[in-house]
Each structure stands twice: as C-alpha cells, then as structure tokens.
Design a protein around this ligand. Structure first.
Ligand SMILES: NC(=O)c1ccc[n+]([C@@H]2O[C@H](COP(=O)([O-])OP(=O)(O)OC[C@H]3O[C@@H](n4cnc5c(N)ncnc54)[C@H](OP(=O)(O)O)[C@@H]3O)[C@@H](O)[C@H]2O)c1
Length: 163
C-alpha cells in the first residue's frame, strides 16, 4: 500500500519554515512514528536533512540529483523513474513523507491510494505549503482529535475514490 503522510496548518496548509517543521508536537511525532513503523519513508533531499538519522524501524529512500548514490542510513534515487522501479516490488508499506515537491509529485501517482493528513489548528508563519489537490478525488474515511501542549490537531485518513 502506498500512502502520503503530512502535517499541515489549518487552513493555510503550511508544512515548513526555514527548512524545519513550524511547530514542535511530540505527540504528533509519536503518532507519525507508529503509523510509519516497518515501512519505507520516501522523502526529498531537503526533508532528509531534517531527519534524525538513523531512523529506527523505517527505511529511508531519498529523491535527489545532488546526493551520492548511497548514504549510511538511506538510499538515494536520482530521478522518479528509478525510484518507481525500485518501489514496484517492495513488500513493505510505502509512505511519501515530504516535503512539498515530493508531495506534489506523489499526488499524481495512480498507485497512491491513501493520505494521512494531520490538520494542525495553529496560526503559524511558514514558507512551504502542502500542494492543492483534487479534493473530489478523495474521501474522508475517519478522523480523530488530539491536543498536544494545548494545540489541537486532527488526524484524518483519506482514500482515493475509485475511478
Ligand atoms: N509538515 C510536514 O508533514 C512536513 C513533512 C516533510 C517536510 N516538511 C517540511 O518541508 C520543507 C522541505 O520541503 P521542500 O519542498 O522544500 O523540499 P523536499 O521536497 O524535502 O526536497 C526537495 C529536494 O528533493 C529532490 N527532488 C525533488 N524532486 C526530485 C526529482 N523529481 N528528481 C530528483 N530529485 C528530486 C531535490 O534534491 P536535490 O536538490 O538534491 O536534487 C530537491 O531539491 C521543510 O521545511 C520540511 O521541514 C514538512
């Protein structure tokens, strides 16, 4: 199963600020870890730079023109074609985990059937936004409200409608 996972501010859809997350929500990070455990995280190179490596319980695959082919704790793919080829026969769940450029690319993949979006109810400044997507192509399956350090957030699970 291929999924996308992101946390974005509501309603501005901000996901990043100066190369980092615009908030620190330990509970949200724990839920992210739980959700993605045992899977492959696919990220862009700028997001890789934010990850505390090695990342326990997950494989990290990176799209990048500039990185050397193999890092100590991650695999590098120089283009989407080589990444898709490698993903086509992995038995593990796959999570497209950002940033904005990677989300925009992943959203147009027909294999992407699920999204886990955390809507964070916080007014923040930022420079990186979750891309607009065709909302009519997706159905909300379930959602749950949490609060972390007084900040409410909703974890929402969407499935792509059958065509
Ligand atoms: N809130 C969230 O859930 C969340 C999740 C993840 C990230 N973020 C935030 O998002 C921001 C980073 O996002 P971003 O959009 O600036 O960067 P990004 O998507 O993480 O990384 C962009 C880089 O990925 C590589 N790349 C992307 N498409 C490629 C392609 N088709 N072929 C080869 N390489 C490709 C390129 O690396 P090279 O330059 O090496 O070629 C590109 O510069 C940060 O602030 C981060 O904290 C937020």
């Amino acid at each position: 199963m291929w999924s996308l996972i992101a946390a974005l501010s509501y309603p501005q859809r901000i996901i990043g600020k100066e190369g980092k997350l615009p908030w620190h929500l330990p509970l949200e990070l724990r839920l992210f870890r739980q959700q993605t455990w045992g899977g492959i995280l696919v990220v862009g190179r700028r997001t890789l730079e934010t990850l505390p490596l090695p990342l326990p319980g997950r494989d990290v695959w990176v799209l990048s023109h500039s990185l050397a082919p193999q890092g100590d704790y991650y695999r590098v793919f120089p283009n989407p074609e080589s990444l898709l080829q490698a993903l086509s026969d992995v038995p593990k769940p796959v999570f497209f985990a950002g940033g904005a450029s990677l989300y925009a690319w992943a959203l147009q993949l027909p294999q992407l059937q699920k999204m886990f979006l955390t809507w964070v109810f916080l007014s923040v400044e930022g420079d990186t936004f979750f891309p607009f997507f065709a909302e009519h192509e997706w159905s909300l399956q379930r959602w749950e409200l949490f609060t972390d350090k007084g900040i409410p957030f909703i974890r929402a699970e969407y499935e792509r409608n059958s065509r």
